[in-house]
Design a protein around this ligand. Structure first.
Ligand SMILES: [Zn+2]
Length: 492
């Protein structure tokens, strides 16, 4: 609010001053007009010179393009050898076929000149190119003669052989080494730096051979061949309904193999039109590297099994989760095409020991009831036995416990029902233990499971209460074999 006021005041003030300034400026305009007219007089006096200058600028700008083009030449090279200077690119490029024919006639060599790969034309402009007697501008005939001459010259080349098989010929040993290095880096997927040793399992030789410039090979095809083995990898395009498994089976390979050929592929997001490689790339080079590395390695944890009567045969329960250990390792790691084959450890520092997993393994036969197989389902006082009572049958046993006391499954099983019973049980849970054996828990205040819940012996299933026909808070517990209530005390 305050700021706004200050700004408004400033605006008012400046508006007033601008008006005042307007008057001052109006007065001063006269002086400016006088000055302007002096400039014009000066201009008028020298108008001839000015006109001349403008004309020169226009002429110069019009002439620059032709002059520039007049001064542009092209230095041409063939197979990396600079041969001379030509006036137009066409002097070389338009004559490729003619030169091929001419060279073939004169040297007897069937030449194929690849204009893109073999010929290089570099524009050179104006004063930077000194076309002297030694470097005259070549006409078509001169170009032909120079290439032909170069082609017929004997040249020492370096021939790369892999296990005795010729891969290509190149101008220098350095180029050969660079080709091998580039192939190695592509195979490993990393720059060849930081290694203690890098070598190949294959024997690579570089021998000097006498040849000519036409025998110089292009590096890229040789590098590619070293990397992918020189074979065309078969591919498959994903169509609707495909799974990696189906694709693998249809092509006589396993899903694991297919995945190993397509490590960048995520089976979860396999898309229509995805390209799947059906073969693995087998490089011609097997690169052996040794590298000193410090890294954390996971150590596996062990698992101990403990027999338990709480579970049925075939059931297991993890009691303690296993945790992998961490070990800091410094080692010289030797790999073949990236896969470790050997290591020499210099340091092994255990950061965290693995934690052994403990798994309980069930020994109980399902559907068998023996003394001691059931646990007392509640912490409470035994209050009423099984059997005839007040002239009628008491189908279970009672334990007194205040309302809300946890009720546990007497044995492992599956909850059959959680119901409000109208005939006197009140809230009742029935658990099936297999083999026709069931347990029932009545007069409950609440259920903590629902029908279908898989429960273990000792799991809480409810809270005790005083529902149904009950003379005070207690748990009524029954054991039924094929629907007939038996005395639970035989099995507790
Ligand atoms: Zn009872």
């Amino acid at each position: 609010m305050h700021t706004k006021k200050v700004i408004t005041d400033l605006y008012k003030k400046s508006f007033y001053e601008v008006r005042k300034l307007g008057l001052v400026t109006g007065k001063q305009l006269g002086v400016a007009q006088i000055q302007d007219s002096r400039v014009i007089q000066l201009l008028m006096k020298n108008r001839l010179w000015i006109a001349l200058f403008i004309c020169l600028v226009i002429i110069a700008s019009l002439a620059i393009d032709p002059i520039k083009s007049e001064l542009t030449y092209y230095e041409y090279s063939y197979k990396g050898k600079v041969l001379g200077v030509v006036k137009s690119q066409g002097a070389v490029l338009d004559e490729v076929e003619h030169i091929e024919k001419l060279v073939a006639e004169k040297t007897g060599v069937d030449v194929k000149i690849d204009a893109d790969a073999d010929i290089e034309l570099t524009p050179v402009f104006g004063p930077s190119v000194e076309i002297d007697a030694a470097k005259t501008v070549d006409d078509v005939t001169a170009v032909e003669e120079k290439i032909e001459e170069l082609a017929s010259q004997a040249l020492e080349l370096y021939e790369i052989k892999l296990n005795g098989e010729v891969l290509g010929q190149f101008e220098s040993e350095a180029i050969c080494d660079d080709i091998i290095k580039q192939a190695e880096e592509r195979i490993l997927g990393t720059p060849l730096t930081g290694y203690l040793e890098v070598g190949t399992e294959e024997v690579i030789t570089k021998e000097i051979v006498v040849a000519n410039v036409l025998d110089i090979d292009d590096a890229e095809p040789v590098i590619s061949k070293l990397v992918d083995g020189g074979i065309k990898i078969e591919e498959y395009t994903v169509v609707p309904g495909d799974t990696l498994y189906d694709i693998a089976i249809a092509h006589g390979i396993t899903e694991e193999e297919l995945l190993s050929y397509n490590q960048e592929l995520n089976p979860e997001t396999l898309q229509l039109g995805s390209i799947v490689k059906l073969q693995g790339i087998k490089p011609l080079l097997t690169i052996k590297t040794t590298e000193n590395k410090t890294f954390i390695e996971k150590t596996p944890y062990e698992t101990t099994y403990e027999d338990t009567e709480d579970l049925y045969v075939g059931e297991e329960k993890v009691v303690i989760e296993g945790i992998e250990g961490d070990v800091e390792i410094n080692a010289d790691i030797t790999t073949l095409n990236g896969a470790e084959i050997a290591r020499v450890e210099h340091l092994r520092n255990v950061i965290a020991e693995p934690v052994t997993a403990v798994v309980k393994k069930g020994t109980r036969e399902k559907g068998v009831l023996k003394p001691g197989y059931l646990i007392q389902p509640i912490n409470g006082g035994f209050s009423s036995p099984f059997g005839s009572r007040w002239g009628r049958m008491h189908k279970g046993v009672d334990f007194t416990a205040s309302v809300g006391t946890p009720v546990y499954a007497a044995d492992s099983g599956v909850v059959v029902s959680c119901e409000q019973d109208g005939s006197g049980y009140g809230n009742i849970i029935v658990v099936d233990h297999g083999g026709g054996i069931e347990t029932a828990y009545a007069h409950l205040s609440a259920f903590t499971v629902s029908p279908g819940t898989r429960v273990m012996r000792g799991d809480q299933i409810a809270s005790s209460g005083n529902t149904g026909r009950s003379t005070g808070p207690h748990l009524h517990f029954e054991v039924r074999i094929n629907g007939t209530a038996v005395n639970p005390m035989q099995y507790l």
